[in-house]
Design a protein around this ligand. Structure first.
Ligand code: SF4
Length: 166
């Protein structure tokens, strides 16, 4: 996808954004670039991962995405439906659409009443403010999106809870 879509995000919210690779040295350099922006009161999009990511992205892949998919509303676990936040298959490829073929639109997953992952995802609350954290909800018995994946906020807090970072 390239980096252009992040430029507006950075400008609108006045936050530094750095695209990085996955190697430790990439992440360290990305953090340094962010810190330098913050120290210099700059908020822009920078690309640390130039060896792989170019500004306009992969033309061929982007064209294929536009042919096969079209933007649509999507349900995000913990957050609810966000308008035009995802993709669905375009009309040309709708015969491959499992959602309509198996009529899954009406199937909904029950979310735990205890779970406050929406507030966690929105940065309004910390995992330890959830009454189920570390009790009913652990990585082995996750109740919400933010505990299910190992990189989720609640899972990270659970794993590193001996380090108090609040
Ligand atoms: S600790 Fe579990 S129940 Fe609480 S917000 Fe996180 S995922 Fe949801």
């Amino acid at each position: 996808m390239g980096t252009t879509e992040y430029e507006r995000l950075s400008a609108d919210h006045k936050i530094p954004i750095v695209v990085t690779g996955f190697e430790p040295i990439d992440l360290l350099e990305g953090i340094l670039m962010c810190v330098e922006q913050l120290e210099n009161n700059v908020a822009e999009l920078q690309n640390q991962y130039k060896r792989m990511v170019c500004r306009n992205g992969n033309d061929q892949a982007l064209q294929m995405i536009q042919t096969v998919f079209e933007p649509s509303d999507r349900l995000w676990r913990g957050l609810g439906t966000i308008a035009m936040s995802g993709y669905k298959l375009s009309k040309e490829f709708s015969r491959f659409d499992a959602e309509s073929k198996f009529m899954t639109e009406k199937i909904t997953a029950l979310e735990s009443q205890l779970c406050i992952s929406k507030e966690i995802l929105l940065g309004q609350k910390k995992p330890k403010e959830c009454s189920a954290f570390g009790k009913e909800c652990t990585p082995l018995t996750p109740l919400g999106a933010t505990m299910v994946s190992s990189e989720g906020t609640c899972a990270a807090y659970y794993k590193y809870q001996r380090i108090e970072i609040d």
